[in-house]
Design a binder for this molecule. Structure first.
Ligand code: OGA
Ligand code: NM2
Ligand code: ZN
Ligand code: ZN
Length: 407
């Protein structure tokens, strides 16, 4: 391979006659656009070559990069750069004579600068969650009409955005129909099937295999911490609400509780972020004949690669007595967990749904629960639930936001 380690050439876009050659840090291409002040677009040469859009390198209809491992490494350097002002394209000739052209708009969308990366992550990747405490609840509460969600894409989009940003929403005026939760899941995309079926009935059951199927208070929890692929959102449709005192829902923003713990008790935060807890679900769903033995070890507070909150695991009824950590970690963990739970409890709001309400929330983020209730002969509390994964929800949201996205 020819080696020319120092590329000479800075393009002044928009001023075709005045392209200026200047020495650059090796390995990069810089573009300064005439009407963009001192802003410079800077790209690694190896990235440009890796993302060559020519038919030999890229299969347009499947949006797929082609693999050419047999040709050796990609670090071939640029031998000639040209900006084509009529077509607004950057033209590159490489030292092996391969030729690439890049649309300026395409390049700008892939700007490595900090502001552009932030814009992409927040506008396309995921809308950032807005954390909230008890006193913010009324301002965070979003309501949508059930039929509008089914029929109007704009309303579907607003609903999904509320789930991503506020973490919950309430749909009103759903019919008295056991298929509502399923229809909503299918309106988003695909329902998530679990060991509890595709839809599940939350009511007091004689052969209850799950604590949620009793009339007792259901403490603040997230569903299915015992799953590696835990349900993304929980759709809970109230068919019959209890006329007794209770049967109300409780709700706390778990990310906000984690943030408060991080601020005020950083050591406890570190413990809950790092100590794996054994979550379990052993048994069978009522009379169903398929037994399950679900286990997943994970901390209460899980962060993503950027250090942002990714998932909260908490379900006292599903925490195993097996705690597979060294002794001293267990002691520290209980202390931190206690702080987390008391904070969560003090920030919890309470509201009672009515028949026809659908309470939907981010199950990776929201701790939720229920107050105790009493069924009566003519009034048996009855909810139907369904789950959807966030992969499906974010994908749907992006297709609504960017119907013409090509890459
Ligand atoms: C559950 C649950 C809430 C309710 O079943 O996991 O959170 O209102 N139920 O019964
Ligand atoms: N249900 C409602 O994590 C849990 O087991 C919570 C889940 C039974 C599907 C309840
Ligand atoms: Zn190519
Ligand atoms: Zn639940």
């Amino acid at each position: 391979m020819l080696s020319c380690r120092y590329l000479i050439g800075r393009l002044l876009l928009g001023r075709p006659a005045s392209t200026v050659a200047r020495s650059l840090a090796p390995g990069y291409v810089e573009i300064r656009e005439a009407n963009h002040g001192s802003e410079v677009l800077k790209y690694p040469q190896i990235w440009l070559r890796d993302n060559c859009q020519c038919p030999d390198c890229f299969h347009a209809s499947t949006r797929a990069r082609k693999s050419h491992w047999e040709r050796g490494p990609l670090n071939i350097e640029v031998s000639k750069l040209n900006y084509n002002p009529e077509q607004q394209k950057l033209e590159v000739t490489w030292q092996d004579d391969h030729q690439s052209t890049y649309d300026m708009a395409w390049l700008r969308e892939r700007d490595f600068g900090e502001a552009a990366r932030k814009r992409y992550l927040e506008e396309v990747y995921k809308p950032p969650p807005q954390l909230w405490g008890k006193s913010d609840f009324p301002a965070m509460r979003r309501e949508f009409d059930y039929q509008d969600v089914l029929e109007k894409d704009k309303v579907l989009r607003s609903w999904l955005e509320a789930l991503a940003v506020q973490g919950f929403a309430i749909l009103k005026e759903a019919p008295d129909d056991v298929n509502v939760a399923r229809k909503l899941a299918e309106r988003i995309g695909y329902i998530k099937r679990t060991t509890y079926g595709d839809v599940f009935e939350v009511k007091s059951k004689p052969n209850a295999g799950n604590y949620a199927y009793l009339m007792t208070p259901l403490p603040l929890h997230t569903d299915m911490p015992y799953y590696e692929y835990k349900a993304g959102i929980n759709i809970l449709h109230t068919l019959v609400q209890s006329e007794s005192l209770g049967g109300a829902n409780t709700l706390t923003d778990g990310f906000n509780v984690a943030a408060a713990l991080q601020r005020h008790h950083p050591q406890d935060f570190e413990v809950l972020r790092s100590v794996p807890v054994n979550w379990f679900d052993i048994g069978h769903d009522g009379d169903a004949d398929k037994p399950f033995h679900s286990l997943w070890r994970a901390p209460v507070i899980c962060l993503d690669v950027d250090g942002q909150f990714a998932r909260i695991n908490q379900n006292t009824t599903k925490r195993d007595s097996r705690f597979t950590v060294p002794l001293d970690r267990a002691m520290a963990w209980y202390e931190a967990y206690n702080k987390f739970l008391s904070l969560a409890q003090s920030e919890a709001v309470e509201f009672k749904t009515q028949a026809g309400d659908v309470f939907v929330f981010n199950n990776l983020r929201m701790l939720h629960g229920r107050t105790a209730y009493e069924d009566a002969p003519g009034n048996k509390r009855h909810l139907v639930g369904a789950y959807v994964d966030w992969d499906i929800i974010y994908s749907r949201l992006r297709t609504l936001k960017f119907p013409h996205a090509r890459d």
